[in-house]
Design a protein around this ligand. Structure first.
Ligand code: MGD
Ligand code: MGD
Ligand code: MO
Length: 641
């Protein structure tokens, strides 16, 4: 079998600008920054501040994200700032905030070592969160039981006591059936539900039709397995419910998240040591990017744009006027490119030409921009479309600052390697751009940025660089310089005093809504997309090192389907959806079930999986349904040569 070589991306070593013939050519920093700034100025002056948008980098530091959102709000005067958080965990943030008032995962990793039950729901942490998975393994070694809920029998599921192999997009029926069983078996934590929640009666009514049999029919999971999960979860002393993209990357991702949170409310598995709900975040600093305000609806420290008190505080500190309305999400930005409402984009460390659903449409939209500036460490497909390309240093090894992981722990990172060529730090480049547009912020290093953030975000106030160093990282909220923060959130829900208990947590009254892209005779297979251990996202960062394990892109089918289509490992097939068509070789894997196919997003230059995916977005969070497309496959007959 021939292995397709994977594209290797060259590291950017000097700025590039597009010349008169449409080619990218080498430029000095001075010329590149001037071209970039002039384009932003022109778009703002001609079409107003909302013609500009910033994509901020979830792999770069907190300090970089703070400066990027400040650039957007102060220099350009808009709240149009977002990142790839939109494509993964925006539904988790929306769901958790709606219930608990804060979008962070509620527990810490260490609690997983000491819990009694772990549910990995729509999460392949063995591949995608290997460090977290070490804690899962420790928990199992310490006696915890583990359940996996995933359409595929993943590497994570191999470690589970029981694998619930559900049909794609049927998580709400499954969660509701678990909830109903807990209620009918008399396993509800009555004291907690009465004291700390609202909406239980309505919830009990809502889930009533989801008997074990009804749910088994829709989800494909045997009734006995659903019952077992319900009893195990409800009777565990402490349980951790963890989820990732199998839950969020759906057109109803926020509803899915609410359906899972409901289970923690029923049982009181939240707000206590060892019990909690945890969305495992994607990139190393996607949590921090949002915390720093690089999202369209929040100022740094998760302070709402619509809150006048918060706005005034930032306006005074920044000497500016902040628009009292939410900016555009990443999804809305792409729609606004189509309508030409958006004219200029500053894209830092994102590769949307290959990561957006329905990539042909995304590329067409990016091409419609008047001015695109890409600041990256590699010459990506998005950078190839840019008017100006700016070479940055790599946050993880060439830059100083902090990042924040899924357990809300802020940790220091330090420059350990010399950056190549003329690459400059992201913060440095943004500040130079701001200066050309009339704003001199005098940020001398990452610590001055961090201290400004601390002065404006109470949740971060107690985290000086010295303290972060001393404690090997601290979790937010950390408002105090003396006390150490609690490892888990929402302990207040267990208080007997109603004032200290605060706002109760509301059950989510969410209904099952199947995937938008329906399978039918023409497109009979369900395609779900995701990750492998040895590659990273659009492959830009992982393509450049050789891995003996990496086998490139394949469409994975179960043995029964492979036989039905008359295809075997390595044979090429054409894969078509209602949006596009690609070719890829077949891989046969018994981890899949009949009717289900799997592809990754890691090799878009060889096989552009996102030509197949559908841009059906969650109306609350804006996340696309990457996890459910309808496809057909046709065997390619090799031409005689
Ligand atoms: N090695 C590696 N690690 C990574 C990344 C990488 O590219 N490579 N990317 C990082 C990023 S950005 C992110 S966001 C995380 C993502 O981490 P994960 O979310 O764990 O990764 P995925 O493989 O996208 O999806 C998880 C699982 O969802 C399942 N799934 C699909 N549809 C459904 C459904 O309808 N219901 C349920 N319950 N499950 C379903 C899939 O079968 C898959 O096993 O990984 C991060 N870590
Ligand atoms: N089909 C399908 N598509 C998906 C998904 C899926 O499950 N299925 N998942 C979605 C998810 S969860 C995500 S997060 C997105 C990911 O989508 P993207 O974020 O667009 O993709 P990445 O490949 O992670 O691109 C990150 C870029 O950041 C650059 N970079 C890294 N470090 C630095 C730095 O320090 N500074 C600067 N300036 N740049 C840096 C890298 O070179 C790279 O070009 O894809 C989404 N698309
Ligand atoms: Mo992600």
């Amino acid at each position: 079998m021939k292995k397709k070589p994977q594209k290797q991306y060259p590291r950017l070593t000097h700025p590039l600008v597009r010349d008169g013939k449409g080619q990218l050519r080498r430029a000095s920093w001075d010329e590149a920054l001037e071209r970039a700034a002039a384009g932003f100025r022109q778009a703002g002056e001609t079409y107003g501040p909302d013609a500009f948008a910033m994509l901020s980098c979830a792999r770069a530091t907190n300090e970089m994200n703070y400066v990027a959102q400040k650039f957007t709000r102060v220099v350009m005067g808009t709240n149009n700032v977002d990142s790839c958080n939109r494509t993964c965990h925006a539904p988790s943030v929306a769901g958790l905030s709606a219930v608990f008032g804060s979008g962070g995962g509620t527990s810490s990793y260490e609690e997983v070592d000491h819990t009694d039950l772990i549910v990995m729901w729509g999460s392949n942490a063995r591949f995608a969160h290997p460090i977290f998975f070490q804690h899962v393994l420790k928990g199992i070694r310490n006696g915890a039981r583990m359940y996996a809920v995933d359409p595929r029998r993943t590497s994570t599921a191999e470690w589970a006591e029981s694998w619930l192999g559900l049909n794609v997009g049927t998580d709400i029926p499954l969660a509701h059936a678990v909830g109903r069983e807990i209620i009918h078996a008399g396993l509800v934590n009555r004291a907690f539900v009465e004291r700390a929640t609202t909406g239980f009666e309505e919830y009990a009514q809502l889930v009533e039709p989801w008997t074990l049999t009804a749910a088994a029919k829709v989800t494909g999971v045997p009734a006995a397995a659903i019952r077992e999960l319900a009893h195990a979860y409800a009777t565990a002393e402490r349980a951790q419910l963890c989820w990732t993209l199998g839950i969020t990357e759906h057109h109803n991702g926020t509803d899915n998240v609410r359906a899972l949170i409901n289970l923690s409310l029923l049982t009181g598995h939240v707000g206590r040591y060892g019990a909690g709900v945890q969305p495992l975040r994607g990139q190393n600093n996607v949590q921090g990017g949002g915390d720093m305000g690089a999202i369209p609806n929040k100022l740094p420290g998760f302070q709402d744009i619509l809150d006048p008190v918060a706005r005034v505080k930032f306006e005074q500190s920044w000497d500016t006027v902040i628009q009292p309305r939410y900016g555009k999400t990443l999804t809305e930005m792409f729609e606004a490119m189509e309508t030409r409402e958006l004219r200029a984009v500053y894209c830092i460390g994102e590769n949307p030409a290959q990561s957006e659903a329905d990539s042909e449409q995304a590329i067409r939209r990016l091409a419609a921009l008047d001015h695109l500036v890409v600041q990256d460490i590699f010459l990506t497909k998005t950078a190839e479309m840019a008017d100006v390309v700016l070479p940055a240093t790599a946050a993880w090894a060439e830059t100083d600052g902090t990042t924040t992981n899924s357990e809300r722990r802020v940790q220091r990172v330090r420059a350990a390697l010399v950056p190549p060529g003329e690459a400059r730090e992201d913060i440095d480049i943004i500040c130079a751009m701001a200066e050309r547009l009339g704003h001199d912020w005098k940020f001398t290093d990452s610590q001055t940025v961090w201290n400004e953030l601390r002065s404006l975000s109470p949740d971060h106030f107690g985290m000086t660089y010295d303290r972060l160093e001393e404690h090997q990282g601290l979790q937010w909220p950390c408002p105090d310089m003396e006390e150490l923060p609690s490892s888990y959130l929402h302990g207040r829900l267990w208080e007997t005093d109603p004032v200290r208990r605060g706002t109760p947590a509301a059950f989510g009254l969410v209904q099952h809504d199947p995937p938008v892209d329906l399978t039918d005779e023409e497109y009979p297979l369900r395609l779900t997309t995701g990750r492998r251990l040895d590659s990273y996202n659009t492959g830009v960062q992982s393509g450049s090192f050789a891995s003996p394990m990496r086998r490139g892109e394949y469409i994975e089918l179960c043995p029964e389907d492979a036989e039905a289509y008359g295809v075997s490992v390595g044979e090429e097939v054409r894969i078509s959806s209602r949006r596009g068509s690609v070719t890829a070789p077949v891989w046969v894997d018994p981890a899949l079930r009949p009717g289900l196919a799997f592809m990754t997003m890691h090799f878009p230059d060889e096989v552009d999986t996102n030509q197949l995916t559908i841009e059906a977005n969650c109306p609350i969070a804006g996340t696309a349904e990457f996890k459910a497309s309808a496809i057909r496959i046709e065997k390619l007959v090799p031409a005689w040569t």
